[in-house]
Design a protein around this ligand. Structure first.
Ligand code: HEM
Length: 401
């Protein structure tokens, strides 16, 4: 697979170093150092190139001919994330319509009601655990409804989808083997579950995404049951934890800066800009992977066909060459060409939905609660996945007015 001879490259990050950094609550100082010292470097432990500059990350993401998405597959089934054009374009067209800002915009009122219900439940208590009470259930409820699966099954969903994106706590072979076994089991259970739903929709189509996928054709050919299931699982897995972390990372920012709370309460029209800035500043996905499909030179290094390439979106988003005052959080930043949703043909399909859920969540929180603070004595534990940026729980206190 790896045709280069990486040992001769000078720029190697010891695995331990990167592992530790990724599990920090604030890895961004490390990325700054990487941008100045070794913006393009080979990590021989992971057998992959790491790219830290905005220009390089952008270049990789926009060029699927040179940087293929057909990398090692976690979920073992074909899905959009690991396809290249032209099949990628055809498959993506099938669901694009359901995810346009206009189609998603129609859900706003409903998303607001679900958010209000979740917050009402917590408000009476004077404190809440942001992940458990709001940020985790909101995206699961909404995507379950869009797909057309019963809301009461959302606990099961959440468990399966958590297992599918879970990393390892220790860097040992046994831990990796355990993770793969658990993921395999969860994928099997989810597939079986969706199989049941598909059977129902085949005989009685509804106004939902699963029915639409079952009816869809590419070149006169329907998708296979396996393809529909894999699509459904992708939407579930790609959209849930990411949006949970976007909402929680936004709350984290609000509690870190009380003046920001006041500003947004006085000028709620700044909330969409606030969401964009959270995406830039605390991106839920730290990096995305590709495989070089041809020899390419970047930053004076030759990346060879077959080499893995990791594009550090979280570093690109803080690149001083692209963003003025990159380490300052500015909800009125314009333009804000962050790469939190990727770029190019694989640009996040669910971006309009994630943006809307995060906007509504922030608006409703700011409208009801004053003086939002991280609870005294709370210990924040980063999610132990190398490419995910978020915390396991975020307890807060607040005043209601
Ligand atoms: C792709 C991030 C929410 C569905 C992507 C990619 C990123 C990303 C970085 C590109 C991956 C690559 O280039 O390899 C995020 C973030 C989210 C979020 C940060 C929340 C804040 C969602 C939601 C859904 C979703 C809510 C669906 C309901 C997808 C799908 C793809 C994708 C289907 C694959 C698109 C393709 O390959 O053409 N996402 N995502 N995402 N996302 Fe999201």
């Amino acid at each position: 697979m790896n045709t280069g001879s990486p040992a001769k490259y000078a720029n190697i990050i010891p695995l331990k170093e990167l592992d530790t950094v990724q599990k920090q609550l604030y890895p961004f100082d490390f990325y700054r150092e990487a941008r100045t010292q070794t913006p393009v470097r080979y990590n021989e432990h992971r057998s992959a190139w790491d790219l830290f500059l905005y220009a390089d990350v952008h270049r990789v993401l926009k060029d699927p001919a040179a940087f293929s998405s057909r990398r090692g597959m976690e979920m073992r089934t074909e899905n959009l994330l690991v396809m290249d054009p032209p099949r990628h374009t055809q498959m993506r067209d099938l669901v694009n319509k359901a995810f346009t800002p206009k189609a998603i915009g129609a859900l706003e009122e409903h998303i607001r009601r679900v958010t209000a219900d979740l917050l009402d439940e917590a408000a009476g208590r004077g404190s809440m655990e942001m992940v458990h009470d709001l940020a985790a259930p909101l995206p699961v409820i909404i995507i379950a409804e869009l797909l057309g699966v019963p809301t009461q099954d959302r606990k099961l969903f959440k468990e399966w989808s958590d297992v599918l994106v879970k990393g390892v706590d220790e860097n040992t072979e046994a831990a990796f083997a355990k993770m793969h076994a658990e993921r395999g089991q969860a994928a099997k259970e989810l597939s079986l579950y969706f199989s049941g739903i598909l059977k129902e929709r085949l005989t009685q189509p509804q106004d939902d995404l699963i029915s639409a996928l079952l009816a869809a054709e590419i070149d006169g050919k329907k998708l296979s049951e396996e393809e529909v299931i894999s699509f459904a699982i992708l939407l579930l897995v790609a959209g849930n934890e990411t949006t949970t972390n976007l909402i929680t990372n936004g709350v984290r920012r609000l509690t870190e800066d009380p003046a920001l709370q006041t500003l947004l309460q006085e000028q709620p029209e700044l909330v969409p800009g606030f969401v964009e800035e959270v995406l830039r500043f605390y991106p839920p996905i730290l990096a995305v992977g590709r495989v070089a499909a041809q020899d390419v030179e970047i930053g004076g290094q030759t990346i060879r066909t077959g080499d893995q390439v990791i594009s550090w979106v979280a570093s690109a988003n803080r690149d001083e060459r692209k963003f003025d005052d990159a380490d300052a959080f500015r909800p009125d930043r314009k333009p804000n060409p962050h790469l939190a949703f990727g770029f190019g043909p694989h640009f996040c399909l669910g971006a309009p939905l994630a943006r809307l859920e995060a906007k509504v969540a922030a608006e409703e929180l700011l409208r009801r609660f004053r003086d939002l603070r991280l609870a005294d004595g709370a210990e924040l534990v980063p999610i132990p996945s190398p490419f995910v940026f978020g915390v396991k729980s975020y307890p807060v206190t607040f005043r209601t007015q």
